[in-house]
Design a protein around this ligand. Structure first.
Ligand SMILES: [Ca+2]
Ligand SMILES: [Ca+2]
Length: 309
C-alpha cells in the first residue's frame, strides 16, 4: 500500500544545486548555543512555551512502555512498522533517557527486508500516521545513537524523514521525503524538497519546485545526539525550518519547504539503506544498526524545551 520513492535522483540533484541562490541562512552554531538551551530563541510564537508537557505534546515515543511489538496490529504500540521490526531494548544497549530505547537493525543478506526497518507514529484511530498540518508550527525532538559498528561507506542511509501524503485522487504519486536526515560517508546531511503545485506529477513526471541542502556535519558515534526541529511547513514563502543539534542551532531556513497536499506530513525514523536489493549495488557493509530514543512531537503552543531530549 505504500511504496518508497527512490532518493538517489534527489541526492544527485542536490549535489548540483547552487545553494547561495536559495533563501537559506545558517547562524553560527557557537553563537546560538546558550539561546537554544534556554529556549530564548526557540518557541518564539506569541504564546508558545507556556503549557506543561502534558498539555502541549501531541505525541510521545519514549519507549518506556517496555518491550512490545511495535506494530500496527498491537493496540498498545504508539508506533507502526515498516518492513523489519524494530526492537525495544534496555541496558546494556544504549538508552538516552529512562530504561528503554529502540534498536533498528538490517542485515542485507538475512533480514526479511534487505534494506528497511522504520517506525511511524500512529495516528488516531491508529490507522494512519500522526499528521502535521501544513501552514502550522510544529516541534520535533529525538535522539540518535550511531554505534562504533556504523562503518563508513558511500551508500546513503535515511535515518529520519518527513513524508508527504500524495493527493492520489488527482493523480499524484509518491515522492521523496520533503525533509530528510541522511548519511553519506562519515557525514549526516539534512535536506529539503518543496513543490507548490497541487499535483507534483501534473506534467506526467515528478517535478519539484526546488530542493536544498540545509546542513551537513559529522556523524557522532558511540554517543547520543539530540535533535530538535521547529518547522512551519508551507509550500509558500512563509515556511520556516530551525534545527538544533545537541543544543546548538545548525539550521535557520525560510521559504517554501513542503508539498501542496490535502493532508499534512508525517515523521518517521529508523534505517532505510540505499541498497537496491540484497546484492546491488555492492557496498562495504552488509548490516546497519542504530538506536533512537526520546521522540516527541508538539504543535504551535510548544517550545524548544517541550520536545528537547
Ligand atoms: Ca527512553
Ligand atoms: Ca499534492
Amino acid at each position: 500500500m505504500f511504496k518508497r520513492p527512490v532518493i538517489t535522483q534527489v541526492t544527485a540533484v542536490i549535489a548540483t544545486l547552487a545553494f547561495a541562490a536559495l533563501n537559506y541562512t545558517c547562524s553560527n552554531p557557537k553563537d546560538s548555543n546558550e539561546d537554544a538551551g534556554s529556549g530564548t530563541d526557540a518557541g518564539s510564537g506569541t504564546d508558545a512555551g507556556s503549557g506543561t508537557d502534558a498539555e502541549v505534546l501531541v505525541w510521545v515515543g519514549d519507549f518506556e512502555h517496555g518491550p512490545m511489538p511495535l506494530t500496527r496490529d498491537n493496540p498498545d504500540s504508539p508506533w507502526y512498522e515498516q518492513a523489519n521490526l524494530a526492537e525495544v531494548v534496555s541496558a546494556p544497549s544504549p538508552v538516552r533517557s529512562g530504561s528503554y530505547a529502540v534498536k533498528f537493525f538490517v542485515d542485507r543478506l538475512h533480514s526479511d527486508n534487505s534494506r528497511r526497518s522504520m517506525i511511524i507514529p500512529k495516528g488516531e484511530p491508529y490507522e494512519w500516521a500522526v499528521m502535521q498540518d501544513i501552514g502550522k508550527d510544529w516541534w520535533y525532538g529525538f535522539s540518535t545513537y550511531f554505534p562504533a559498528s556504523w562503518t563508513t561507506d558511500n551508500i546513503w542511509d535515511l535515518v529520519a524523514q518527513m513524508h508527504g501524503r500524495p493527493d492520489l485522487d488527482i493523480g499524484e504519486d509518491y515522492r521523496n521525503p520533503f525533509l530528510s536526515y541522511s548519511t553519506d560517508g562519515d557525514n549526516i546531511t539534512i535536506s529539503n524538497i518543496w513543490d507548490a503545485k497541487q499535483n507534483t506529477f501534473e506534467s506526467g513526471e515528478r517535478v519539484y519546485d526546488g530542493q536544498r541542502e540545509l546542513w551537513t556535519g559529522p556523524i557522532l558515534r558511540e554517543e547520543w545526539t539530540d535533535w530538535v526541529m521547529h518547522a512551519k511547513w508551507s509550500y509558500l514563502d512563509d515556511g520556516v525550518i530551525e534545527i538544533w543539534r545537541n543544543g546548538v542551532q545548525i539550521v535557520n531556513s525560510s521559504g517554501p519547504n513542503c508539498f501542496n497536499d490535502e493532508r499534512g506530513g508525517y515523521f518517521d525514523i529508523g534505517i532505510y539503506k540505499g541498497w537496491a536489493d540484497r546484492y546491488e549495488p555492492e557496498g562495504m557493509v552488509s548490516t546497519r544498526l542504530i538506536y533512537f530514543d526520546e521522540v516527541r512531537i508538539a504543535g504551535s503552543d510548544a517550545s524548544y524545551a517541550h520536545v528537547a531530549p
